[in-house]
Design a protein around this ligand. Structure first.
Ligand code: OAD
Length: 273
């Protein structure tokens, strides 16, 4: 993709800053996984336009929806799980893993899709958790699921959503992820609205933001606190903030407008290539 002249100069400056940085934090949101086929939440037609978060992303909303609209809850679960089950890292995830190899870098993500790890990033701070992990009620990760297992669950949910006894069959389908065992309840390791962010990931993320000299913010609307406060914390400590996003209107020193899967590999190539 050829860049217009003014963006080329901005791009060179971003690459120069990235090369010179001693400590980098890469902070990502749903936009980084868009090219992997996982829809964002707030773009037009995004997940929250079909499934309002007050009904589908809080504990009380989920219980109410399961009671009064069981088919919809099963569809929602299928629509969240199926794209994650089928996803593979895209060039943006790979470019971010390359930054980790070239610099002292920490990846902090709001995404629950596990794609940074699959791209080879180490020690990813998943502040909203991971759909590929099952946790006990006290926050211990009990086990990891493969994408193959998620795919099987999503297929069963698809069948449950269109038949009779949707909720009952849906609950059977999600048993590897959600249920009651001899040691107590277990659930997907994902943060719902109103819940605390995952630890120790969140403490690490805050420390990283306060210690970095460059924060690369990729594909997030910055609408959800407290995660969205990280770029501000970095800026307040004097770090340079570079935003890679086609639309987001967040405070940043440099804004590279475009898709992460196009821009991130170019930025990394120009910084270190
Ligand atoms: P949003 O859906 O709020 O924002 C997606 C961002 O990605 C927007 O700024 C888009 O402009 C941008 N975007 C879209 N396509 C892109 C692409 N190809 N390349 C780069 N950027 C692109 O998603 P998040 O900001 O991640 O939390 O949402 C934050 C949190 O809100 C999520 O973690 C989730 C949600 O509610 C919980 O559920 C707790």
């Amino acid at each position: 993709m050829a860049l217009p002249m003014s963006q080329a100069a901005t791009f060179d400056e971003a690459a120069r800053q990235l090369r010179a940085a001693e400590r980098v934090v890469v902070f990502t949101g749903a936009g980084v996984s868009a090219a992997s086929g996982i829809e964002t939440f707030r773009d037009p037609g995004g997940l929250w336009s079909r499934y309002p978060p007050e009904r589908f992303a809080t504990v009380s909303g989920l219980l109410r929806t399961a009671t009064f609209d069981p088919r919809q809850i099963v569809r929602f679960a299928r629509d969240v799980l199926a794209p994650i089950a089928d996803a593979e890292p895209n060039p943006a995830h790979q470019a971010i893993a390359e930054i980790e190899r070239r610099a002292h870098a920490t990846v902090v993500t709001q995404n629950i899709d596990g794609l940074h790890r699959d791209a080879g990033s180490h020690g990813v701070r998943q502040v909203h958790g991971s759909m590929l992990e099952v946790t006990s009620s006290d926050g211990h990760v009990l086990r990891r699921l493969s994408r193959l297992e998620l795919r099987a669950i999503a297929a069963q949910l698809g069948r449950a959503a269109s038949g009779r006894l949707a909720l009952w069959r849906g609950l059977r389908a999600v048993r590897p992820l959600l249920g009651l065992s001899r040691t107590g309840p277990y659930r997907p390791n994902v943060v719902l609205f109103g819940e605390a962010l995952r630890q120790p990931d969140w403490d690490d993320a805050q420390r990283g933001a306060e210690q970095c000299d460059l924060m690369l913010v990729v594909g997030t609307s910055g609408m959800v606190v407290p995660a969205a406060e990280l770029p501000l914390r970095a800026a307040m400590r004097g770090a340079t903030v570079i935003l890679v996003d086609p639309d987001a209107d967040l405070p940043a020193d440099i804004h590279l407008r475009g898709r992460a899967a196009d821009l991130m590999p170019q930025l990394v190539q120009r910084a270190y290539g």
